[in-house]
Ligand binder design. Structure first.
Ligand code: ZN
Ligand code: ZN
Ligand code: FE
Length: 761
């Protein structure tokens, strides 16, 4: 009888793949074995040729829900004696490795969770082959129970039976456990466990308390999202006056009561990844300070059994159906993942800590996505998505480590044609985040069995990530920030052609030592030409100017109005005479002043000019409010006159944003509405970008553009720019599952390494 050796590559670990193979073989009367080899699954199958053909078709194409077979290698082998079909112990082999992200609790487990007749009734850690934690509890590959933190909990007889028997829903489910043998929940620092702990947590929430809850990838801070007092208290404690809080809704019905759900969004809300989705708010029950002055709110559905129990435990507590679930961290620091961190760092923000004894090895914040053009538009790619690799057509010779940017840091490991973008690490200004980065890099390299041969980092001389990169001792490639943004968009779209990159963001270190941020780059995967930018302005006040848009506004007004500038600034309530003079002296003498083309700062400045936000309490607040104002206007009025943007016609294209800001100020003083002018600003800037691309295209013949950088989280600017470019015959690449912001930088860096391994070997 013929015997085949089949190797399947892809996401075939921790998703019930081996049990599926075993069931399929049994049903076809095939004998042989299946083993998990770490990077692939290896099957030996013996039967008649026709049956084998069917078998191969099924294991390749009719895989379990969460599995993805990326490639298959099928060969005839020598005849081997088999009497049955067995799953055999894993023996590790090296190769491409796919680590499954964590999977939200499935519907069947949810049913069992609330079924009094089930032996896992109310078990806060219920999971099955199709669902449960993966990446966050994994120590090393291949994915097997003893290599996860579930190794701390020996299985009881019943669980062990399910784990080893193919006809059960938990066959080969590594984190399988039950009320008898699984982890336990408790109140940290107090002798309260299990049901009592959950009931106390629920009671506390309903009394208006704030609690910390240990989840899948870290702690959340949680309170009743309908209780204004509790929410505003959390704001005070966290010193977070306005940045929106994410809300977990009990179910889809609650969610639809509070938010507008567009076609396609429900699939993501209820799917197995359960990200936070930014949706338009309705007039519902949410406390006003959940997302003040913001038309949308970030919402998600429960994805862990403990969260479901918080909403629906059968005790006497009358429970809310919407909970604030914001990352349990100190602003900028990584999310807390154990009791010590939680007590030390967020203990002061909450009244009690609902924890449990299953260890979290790798942190995973909730992923956050916006929506654009009927598709997801990622803001933070983490739980449920990381570390799924981005696959490109090119293949690298060397393995690389891309260390990412300084804000919203993620890192990326490149191996062959795969770019494994990590989960969200955080802002590197906090030293704890730097430690977290070092640890995660080590852990991921081990998990993916990679050994980087070179390292890519940013050009900025003072970034902490650059220090981490230097510590690796690897040959370093320093890559310009805005070029890395465009490369990340190219990698996501698997593009290896020359294109015009529109890279608009907050700030990045330019090749000329100035601050860049509104750049047009003619790029391919080997390098770029700096072809244009917005008009440089002076940024006075160092770090302060990144939050205080009025400072930038003052300089733009000075550049536009000359002698009248001081009067204009006063009319716009930007600053008084004395402050104006101080700002002018500093700028003219170059004291604490840098030259900048930051598009993010330009938005902040216009926001200040229009009296929308003089300064920001969180990154992007002023620009976001400017966008909201423009969108408000657009909703009311379809047609709108535009301001022409003048462009200097030289080799280097300058978008004259200074004149634009001046024009906006003039018209505002003349009495035009702020919302309208906010819209005019957006359309004019889009015009400027498009004209700039057109001009470069005329000179070079390039008809492709990529839009990246944090400013393109602004969906109005994104839409206006993309539509106009497309109308002119450009092909426009944008992001979808990789963030346009600095969370995507590492992917761009890794793509550069992948495309340039031959040159510097
Ligand atoms: Zn399940
Ligand atoms: Zn058990
Ligand atoms: Fe950036």
């Amino acid at each position: 009888m013929p015997c085949l050796m089949i190797r399947l590559y892809g996401i075939v670990q921790g998703v019930g793949f081996r049990p599926f193979v075993s069931r399929t073989a049994d049903s076809l009367g095939i004998v042989g074995t299946v083993a998990n080899k770490g990077s692939y699954v290896e099957i030996f199958a013996k039967a008649d040729a026709q049956t084998l053909e069917r078998f191969v078709h099924i294991v390749k194409n009719e895989t379990p829900e969460r599995a993805v077979v990326i490639s298959a290698d099928v060969r005839q082998t020598d005849d081997i004696e088999f009497t049955s079909f067995d799953i055999i112990e894993s023996e590790k082999e090296s190769g491409d490795i796919f680590v499954s992200p964590d999977i939200a609790t499935c519907d069947k487990c949810r049913q069992e969770l609330f079924d009094p007749g089930d032996r896992r009734y109310l078990h806060p850690f219920i999971n099955c082959t199709q669902c449960g934690p993966r990446l966050t509890i994994l120590d090393f590959m291949p994915y097997d129970r003893e290599r996860t933190t579930m190794n701390d909990f020996p299985m009881c007889e019943k669980c062990a039976y399910e784990y080893t028997h193919a006809h059960t829903r938990r066959y080969d489910a590594q984190p399988v456990c039950c009320n008898d043998c699984g982890p336990q929940v408790y109140i940290a620092g107090r002798d309260i466990k299990g049901a009592d702990a959950i009931t106390l947590a629920r009671k506390s929430i309903m009394n208006g308390s704030i609690i910390a809850v240990k989840g899948i990838g870290g702690f959340h801070l949680c309170c009743d999202a309908a209780n204004e007092q509790a929410v505003s208290r959390l704001r005070k404690l966290k010193n977070r006056p306005a940045k929106p809080f994410a809300v977990m809704m009990r179910d889809m019905q609650t969610l639809e009561r509070e938010c507008e759900v567009k076609p396609g969004q429900q699939e993501f809300l209820t799917g197995y990844q359960k990200p936070i989705l930014l949706l338009e708010k309705k007039q519902g029950r949410l406390a006003p300070s959940i997302s003040p002055d913001n038309p949308s709110v970030g919402v998600m559905l429960p994805y862990a059994p403990l969260q479901m129990l918080l909403f629906d435990y059968p005790d006497a507590v009358q429970m809310t159906d919407c909970l604030v679930m914001t990352s349990g961290n100190v602003s900028g620091a990584p999310i807390c993942r154990n009791d010590e961190d939680a007590q030390e760092q967020i203990g002061a923000y909450c009244d009690l800590i609902l924890s449990h004894d299953r260890r979290i090895l790798i942190r995973a914040d909730d992923s956050v996505m916006d929506w654009f053009d009927g598709k997801p538009y990622m803001i933070r790619r983490s739980r449920g998505f990381a570390p799924l690799p981005v696959m490109v057509s090119k293949k690298a010779r060397l393995q690389s480590l891309a260390i990412g940017g300084e804000l919203k840091n993620t890192f990326c490991i490149g191996k062959n044609e795969l770019l494994y973008l990590s989960s969200y690490i955080g802002d590197m200004a906090d030293i704890r985040t730097v430690y977290a980065l070092r640890e995660s890099v080590g852990r991921m390299q081990e998990l993916l069995e990679t050994r980087a041969e070179k390292c890519v980092c940013d050009m900025h001389p003072k970034y902490n990530t650059v220090t981490v990169a230097q510590e690796t001792g690897l040959p370093l490639v320093r890559l310009q920030h805005h070029y890395a943004h465009i490369l990340s968009c190219m990698a996501e779209n698997d593009c290896d052609e020359k294109l015009i990159g529109v890279s608009f963001d907050g700030t990045g270190y330019g090749t000329d030592g100035t601050i860049w941020g509104g750049e047009i780059l003619l790029c391919d995967t080997h390098g770029f030409e700096h072809s244009g930018s917005i008009k440089p302005f002076r940024q006075v006040g160092g770090d302060a100017s990144s939050k205080e848009g009025w400072r930038i506004a003052v300089q733009l007004i000075r550049d536009s109005f000359g002698d009248d500038a001081q009067l204009v600034c006063e009319k716009l309530s930007l600053c008084d005479k004395k402050t104006f003079r101080l700002q002018s002296v500093m700028a003219d003498k170059g004291i604490n002043t840098v030259t900048s083309t930051s598009a993010g700062r330009l938005f902040d400045a216009v926001s200040a000019i229009l009296g929308i936000r003089r300064s920001s309490t969180f990154e992007g607040e002023s620009s976001m409010c400017l966008e909201f104002a423009a969108e408000r206007f657009e909703k009311q009025q379809a047609e709108c006159e535009k301001t022409a943007v003048r462009i200097d016609g030289s080799g280097f294209e300058t978008i004259d944003t200074t004149s634009l800001a001046g024009e906006i100020a003039r018209r505002f003083i003349d009495g035009e509405a702020a919302d309208k002018l906010a819209f005019v600003f957006h359309t004019s800037l889009a015009d400027g970008i498009v004209k700039c691309c057109e001009s470069i295209s005329r000179k070079t013949g390039v008809k492709k553009c990529a839009l990246s950088g944090g400013v393109f989280q602004n969906k109005l600017l994104l839409r206006l720019t993309k539509q106009q470019l497309e109308a002119l015959g450009f092909e426009v690449l944008i992001h979808s599952l990789v963030p346009a912001n600095d969370g995507g930088i590492a992917l761009g860096q890794a793509y550069y390494a992948l495309c340039n391994t031959d040159n510097d070997k």
